[in-house]
Design a protein around this ligand. Structure first.
Ligand code: SF4
Length: 316
């Protein structure tokens, strides 16, 4: 506790907490598109089937359950002729083929950025190339990308430099790498460097596939975290890009960093003696949730807010 701290509800809060609202925030374009499709389909059909959460946002998904959306483990469980929506992370081509076979009405919420990566992967595999995917093999986006390979023996997934070491040398085999769109792009660069050292003939169709919405959020957190006592990431724990922002805040020197879904999960004791804080959010967190959180901080703790983006930062 410092001399400027006051006691409120058993905790000590700094009298004037400065809170930077980091931009960009709110839904990215891919999430916005999937959310709007899901809402329209709910109005039209009153419910539909999914095999993966439409977006990684717990509160939005709760609204969908209320609307009658049903989640199943595989496309085989969906009754013939029903409506299915694919998530923003996409699905493998064989899942789409199966849905067509069953006569399902398909609502494809796949983000166009991810669709473009999938198209490239399909093109490369059709040319007989082996795919290396840098990403989390359990993540829906990566599962779908693995499914773009013509056969499972032609695709390898790595998530770090150690796993790169374990790859074969691919002598005489053409190899193309792809990356998940929501990784920490700085870490991705080190994995790619190691990959190129190990397999000098590895090719790519773009330097990496980390999308702009992800990269911009990470860049601003990396820039300011070291000067913050606290960074709050608003997002769901199962959102890959929310978890990356949390990790980046901590590794970039924030005094503390927390990941919360909304103001309802916020434990205000983390504000103890905080003078400067920043709020960022995942690409699947709605603007309404962010604004509600900011209003709560302002009204309850007298937090003084200021918008911050790299474009209004003099140091660039
Ligand atoms: S983070 Fe990027 S790739 Fe993922 S849904 Fe949003 S725009 Fe698409």
């Amino acid at each position: 506790m410092c001399t400027e701290c006051i006691k409120v509800r058993g905790n000590y809060f700094h009298m004037s907490i400065k809170c930077y609202i980091l931009s960009p925030h709110g839904f990215c374009s891919g999430v916005k598109r999937a959310v709007s499709m899901a809402e329209q389909v709910c109005k039209l059909y009153g419910g539909f089937y999914i095999i993966e959460d439409v977006i990684h946002n717990r509160m939005f998904m709760n609204d969908l359950w209320k609307c009658g959306v049903i989640k199943v483990a595989s496309i085989d469980e969906i009754p013939d002729g029903a409506v299915v929506m694919f998530s923003s992370h996409g699905v493998a081509p064989r899942v789409i083929a199966k849905a067509e076979e069953k006569g399902l009405t398909i609502i494809d919420g796949t983000c166009p950025v991810i669709k473009a990566v999938q198209c490239d992967a399909i093109k490369e595999t059709s040319l007989g190339k082996t795919l290396i995917i840098i990403g989390d093999r359990a993540h829906a986006e990566v599962v779908a990308l693995i499914g773009c390979a013509d056969k499972s023996s032609n695709v390898f997934v790595v998530s770090n430099e150690t796993e790169v070491e374990l790859l074969p040398d691919f002598n005489g085999i053409a190899v193309t790498y792809f990356t998940q769109t929501t990784l920490d792009w700085a870490h991705v660069q080190t994995i790619i460097e190691r990959l190129k050292e190990k397999i000098p003939h590895v090719k790519s169709l773009s330097p990496d596939n980390v999308c702009r919405a992800t990269r911009e959020r990470q860049d601003v957190v990396r820039k300011v975290a070291g000067t913050m006592d606290l960074v709050v990431v608003i997002g769901s724990a199962h959102s890959s890009n929310a978890r990356r922002l949390h990790e980046i805040a901590l590794s970039s020197g924030a005094g503390n960093a927390i990941l919360v879904d909304s103001k309802n999960e916020f434990d205000s004791s983390v504000l103890d003696c905080v003078e400067t804080m920043a709020i960022t959010s995942s690409a699947s967190t709605s603007e309404a949730v962010i604004q509600e959180f900011i209003e709560y901080l302002t009204a309850t703790f007298g937090v003084v807010t200021e918008d911050f983006s790299l474009s209004n930062d003099d140091d660039g």
